[in-house]
Design a protein around this ligand. Sequence first.
Ligand code: NCD
Length: 305
Amino acid sequence: MRGRDVISILEFTRRELETIFEEADRMLEVAKRGADVLRGKIMATAFFEPSTRTKLSFQAAMLRLGGSYVDLPPEHLSSRAKGESLADTIRMLDAYADVIVVRHRAEGVAKFAAEIADAPVINGGDGTRGHPTQAMVDLYTIRRELGRLDKLVVGVLGDLKYGRAAKSFVLGISKFEPEKLYLISPQILRPREDLLEYLSEAGVEHEVVEDLRSVLPELDVLYVTRIQRERFPDPLEYERVKGSYRVTADILAEVKDELIVLHPLPRVDELDFSVDSTRHARYFVQASYGVPLRMALLKLVLVGG
Ligand code: NCD
């Protein structure tokens, strides 16, 4: 994997994902005592959209492995504000760093950056399209918490139209032959046809439904996502759909004992605080796995296995 760009979860085979997860298992130990495998290496983080977990867990991962990072300031404080092109900005990051992590509101920016930079580029989220490292964290969490990734009944709830984390997760879990994948969303946030076509072609048993309650008792995993307010072309459309679903401790009364509830975070109002104290909640541990998972990925990309 050395030198490899990370643009889409689809580029990774199941075997490669397993290699990353095995490395992440080792990193759980390494994170406690620190290491120097990436000493002398520099990562550039270039986030043109808000971020808490993705950026900070990448930075923490780099530091835990003895590397360091430089961070592009927000657009109004970097030379982008003077009119510098995105391509020139990427060229500079390439000159200063060994790996570049980029997040941008426009789809395809990570790929564009990878075409310009010699250093490996990791997609930290590109518009509504994809968020591959989040999907790796999600899959890793399931593997750790349930002990397996295969043949699960998985529900993905929320904004399946604009949500990049949800989409990458759907593509990622599809590699592990789910027994059934439920795509649960209000009508106007239904997944786009290309995703459904992909699932059909890949032979993944799936169903698009609007009502969570009817499928909840079957689920091994419930992946909740927020409505992506900032992606709506029309604010009125958002107003119509906001608050249309909400997971609370009460509605989890009749679920399987081992059901785990995941969420890429941030949550807004779709995942009630009452769920936090149930045995099903795994979203904070999921966020914490962002560090060992990204340590593994940085190590594999920068120095190999
Ligand atoms: C997600 C994102 O940015 O796509 N956040 C994250 O990285 N954990 C999910 C979201 O913003 O809803």
